[in-house]
Design a protein around this ligand. Structure first.
Ligand SMILES: Nc1ncnc2c1ncn2[C@@H]1O[C@H](COP(=O)(O)OP(=O)(O)OP(=O)(O)O)[C@@H](O)[C@H]1O
Length: 913
């Protein structure tokens, strides 16, 4: 509802029917309560969207529309009356030439010349406006005067006077008398002195319209005045009179044919004013709009027109140009006004209201059919859209195309062409941003938000940054693109070839900016259905180049080519972002493509890249020679390649490119730094571990494991595992084992000699010689109290009898007795005395051995068994003898493999002793 009310206000403002912009009238129109409307209107006023005119009733007008229509910025939004508002507008305007439609387009050069000529020191120069009737010559002369006034060239007291020479075509004497003045009695009827217009225009401007009707004699007199500043009044040939009036002439006829050469020589500037036909469609729509607006204001009615009327007005070739068009519109409004009931607020002008000679009845009925089908009744707001917004954009497009035409015709070089385009964009920016000539309505805000999002997403990562005001200018352009399609297409139809040539040039020369523009265009199209046509794409490309003037992205291009779903693009994106510049493009390749396919993709990519001089190529794998040979040889470029890609490296290369260093230098440095270094960091927490491994077999080890587990105060903190003795000595501990465990020590019967891990012989635990070592090995894992407990448990659990009881299922007392006796025999027979520790070790080992044999789990493997048997026959025989009682008692047989281990014990004893 709120926006509906605002729309109503906008409509009333657009149509100049201010009296309908009161709360009551709007409430009636929208069938809502007056109070609701009033509340919203006051909100608009507070938000600064509406102007409030404190009359009775109070009126509300669309502030932005008023500002746009008058091309001003209002500081106040509250006025006592309409007159007060008008005065505020007039005060700000000081517009002079800007009031002319086409002032910065078709009339631009006309106006520039007028300004320059009238300001020429010391007193300005005369000039002649030449153009068909009704093209605005009188108006331009009038505006020149206002300009001179505003510029302080003349004062308020110094007038603008007009002499239309054609009015005196049949009475040249009277013309002369009016122009130069006359003395009393100079001719019949001259009953008093007349100073003449030249004198009256002293210090100001005298506009001599239709000057071709000035007789030769008069032209000569005028020539003398222009030459010497003096003249005779009619009837007084004795005195010379002086005037410093500035002269402006106008004619519809060829000046060379209708003016004396002498006079013509005195007029240094002949300014040709274009006909209505030459004004182009946009200006014509603007003219129609302002003329209808003027009528709407005058008649206090909203004006609409049928499509037929509109079509007629835009297509008819009016011989009397703008004057005729105006007459036609006025006549149409007058006709419609008489048909319209007095209280009807809207005036619809239809084809029958126009002068009969303009519209053939057939055409009317034909167009009526089409009209009904389209239900096309146009409001002035529609016209405003078609002409107003589009005008600026159209001008921008036109000027860019003019620059391009000059480039194509080799009148300017590429650099000047670009600079020229930037200047055009700057002008557009001035018009939109500095002069605040853009109406920031909801639709505009929407376009701006969309564009900002697209630019942040797409352009920003490439280092293209812009100010908010640039964004407003671009949004205004985009906004216009979405609107005045009608006028644009009409106007630019014949320029399709030029536009496509411009497009090709920019794609080639500004390839990267072009690609960004294209991405933005695709984004806008996909997300908001906004369509950028080819020319708009070119304008966006130029904008991006303008924001990025300092960098020549298109000279050296970087390309990352890597396998994987988004490897290359991710690296390129990261580097472009961190260097804040568009350095790398990326090609992502599937994992399993051949080098030939890579080269094919590469060439396809390069062919789209336009003109560049150096290519820096980073590929993740593949032969550089093959790639080099595959690159399209016709490209006249330097190539630097590296078959290695990482973000760090791409960053270093990118940095070198950004700094403008030579490719040789960049790559040398990068290659040197590319040698990889490595460092393994194992931070994972490993479990501390005691490993039990016994030559007496896994069973012994497992029992040992249980004793140790029982002895440890914190069972879970330190793990106890078993490991097969033979595997251990053959294969050692694998590195993976150390990855998982922190092996504190190996406890067992025989030393497996693992370098990295200390060994605690079982017997040492029994005979109690290892307490210091235990302290060293376990201090990192046990606190003082735990250590004390651990040691005391070891003492308790590792007494020989306890150990044997735990390790075997046999009667420990009998078993130990047998083993001790047998070992005593052995020492005797061998003539050796084994150390206490070795004995204890052998007790344990042999007890376990016997139990294994009893339980049929004997060890029949021993590395190098054959060699042992061959070399140690005697020892085997001695053992057999000494242990014959044991063998018999337990009904077992000690195999050579078992004897080999006993041998090792004894041999170690020798090493120890
Ligand atoms: N650029 C313009 N913008 C708006 N209105 C214009 C413009 N040019 C002309 N007009 C309007 O067109 C009408 C004809 O203009 P004007 O009388 O100045 O033309 P002219 O060339 O002097 O004609 P003539 O040669 O017949 O004297 C006027 O009502 C004028 O206000």
């Amino acid at each position: 509802m709120k926006e509906q009310i605002y729309e109503q206000i906008k409509q009333c403002t657009a149509d100049h029917v201010y009296e309908k912009a009161s709360a009551q009238m709007i409430a009636d129109a929208l069938h809502v309560s007056r109070n609701v409307v009033s509340q919203y209107l006051n909100e608009f006023f507070k938000e600064g969207r509406c102007i409030k005119i404190n009359t009775r009733p109070v009126l509300f007008l669309d502030r932005f529309l008023i500002e746009e229509q008058n091309q001003i910025t209002l500081s106040d939004t509250l006025y006592g009356s309409e007159a007060e508002l008008e005065a505020a507008i007039n005060k700000q305007q000081h517009l002079d030439f800007e009031e002319l439609i086409g002032y910065d387009d078709s009339l631009q050069s006309v106006i520039d010349t007028c300004k320059a000529t009238i300001s020429y020191p010391p007193n300005g120069l005369p000039f002649l406006l030449y153009g068909p009737t009704g093209t605005g010559k009188s108006l331009i002369a009038q505006k020149t005067y206002e300009y001179a006034l505003h510029q302080g060239l003349i004062t308020q007291e110094q007038p603008f006077l007009i002499l239309n020479c054609s009015e005196y075509a049949n009475n040249p004497e009277l013309l002369s008398a009016n122009l130069f003045g006359h003395k009393k009695g100079a001719f019949t009827g001259a009953d008093k002195d007349n100073p003449g217009l030249l004198k009256l225009a002293q210090g100001g401007i005298l506009f001599l319209d239709e000057v071709h009707d000035l007789k030769a004699e008069c032209q000569e007199k005028l020539f003398l005045f222009m030459d010497k500043g003096i003249y005779h009044m009619v009837g007084d040939h004795e005195h010379w009179y002086e005037s410093n009036a500035r002269l402006i002439f106008a004619t519809t006829k060829d000046p060379k044919k209708c003016l004396l050469k002498t006079l013509l020589r005195r007029i240094p500037m002949i300014i040709t004013v274009p006909s209505l036909q030459e004004r182009g469609m946009r200006e014509r729509i603007q003219l129609i709009l302002t003329m209808f607006q003027a009528e709407s204001k005058r008649l206090h009615k909203t004006i609409m027109m049928t499509n037929t009327v509109y079509q007629t007005l835009v297509t008819t070739d009016f011989p009397g140009n703008i004057g005729d068009l105006k007459n036609c519109i006025q006549a149409g409004c007058v006709h419609a006004y008489y048909k319209c009931p007095p209280k009807e607020p809207t005036l619809v002008v239809d084809a029958f209201d126009l002068p009969a000679n303009l519209v053939s009845l057939k055409a009317v009925s034909d167009k009526r059919g089409a009209l009904d089908a389209q239900n096309a009744v146009l409001t002035l707001a529609d016209l405003s859209h078609m002409a107003g917004n589009d005008q600026r954009q159209g001008r921008l497009n036109k000027r860019i195309l003019e620059k391009f035409a000059a480039y194509e015709e080799a009148k300017i070089g590429y650099a000047s062409f670009l600079e020229g385009c930037f200047a055009v964009l700057d002008d557009y920016y001035d018009a939109i941003v500095l002069k605040k000539r853009y109406r920031q309505n909801a639709e505009f805000t929407y376009v701006q938000t969309l564009l900002k999002h697209a630019l942040d997403l797409i352009a920003d990562p490439y280092g293209i940054h812009f100010h908010n005001s640039d964004l407003i200018a671009m949004s205004a352009y985009l906004h216009d693109c979405t609107r005045g399609a009608y006028a644009r297409n009409d106007h630019e139809q014949h320029q399709v070839h030029t536009i496509s040539a411009l497009h090709d040039l920019l794609q080639e020369e500004l390839h990267r900016e072009y690609m960004i523009a294209k991405e933005v265009a695709n984004h806008l199209h996909a997300n908001a259905d906004l369509h950028l046509d080819l020319l708009a794409l070119c304008i966006f490309t130029l904008y991006f180049k303008k924001f990025n003037r300092a960098n020549d992205w298109n000279k050296r291009v970087g390309l990352i080519l890597a396998h994987g779903y988004s490897t290359a693009s991710s690296i390129a994106d990261a580097v472009n972002r961190s260097l804040d510049q568009y350095i790398f493009d990326a090609i992502d390749m599937p994992m399993n493509v051949s080098t030939a396919a890579v080269v094919e993709q590469l060439n396809a990519h390069l062919s789209k890249m336009g003109h560049f001089e150096e290519l820096v190529l980073l590929v993740d794998m593949g032969s550089l020679e093959e790639i080099d040979q595959g690159i399209d040889a016709s490209r006249n470029i330097n190539i630097a390649m590296m078959n290695h890609v990482s973000t760090k490296m791409a960053l270093a290369v990118g940095n070198g490119i950004k700094q403008g260093r030579s490719l040789q230098e960049i790559f040398e440095e990068v290659a040197q730094a590319a040698v990889p270094t490595y460092h393994l960091i194992a931070r994972r927490h490993k479990d501390p571990l005691i490993l039990c491994s016994c030559a007496s077999g896994l069973g012994t080890a497992e029992r040992l494991q249980h004793i140790l587990e029982d002895s440890l105060p914190k069972k879970k903190a330190i793990k106890v595992l078993t490991y097969d003795y033979n595997t251990l000595i053959e294969k050692r501990l694998t590195p993976a084992f150390f990855d998982d465990y922190e092996v504190i020590c190996i406890v067992g019967t025989l030393n497996p000699n693992i370098d990295e891990v200390p060994f605690i012989p079982l017997e040492d635990l029994v005979i109690n010689v290892t307490m210091d070592k235990l302290h060293d090995y376990f201090r990192n894992y046990l606190d003082m109290e735990e250590m004390r407990q651990f040691k005391s448990n070891i003492l308790k659990n590792f007494s020989l009898s306890n150990l044997i009881t735990t390790l075997t299922i046999l009667n420990p007392g009998i078993l130990l007795e047998h083993v001790a006796t047998a070992l005593d025999h052995l020492q005797e027979e061998m003539g050796v005395v084994l150390s206490n520790a070795t004995c204890v070790g052998l007790y344990v080992h042999i007890c376990c051995l016997i139990e294994r044999l009893v339980t049929h789990a004997g060890i029949d493997t021993y590395p190098y068994l054959e060699a042992f048997v061959a070399q140690h026959q005697d020892f085997i025989a001695v053992v057999k003898r000494c242990f014959s009682v044991v063998e018999r008692y337990y009904s077992v047989e000690i195999a050579p493999s078992e004897i080999a281990y006993i041998y090792e014990y004894i041999e170690h004893n020798e090493e120890k002793s």
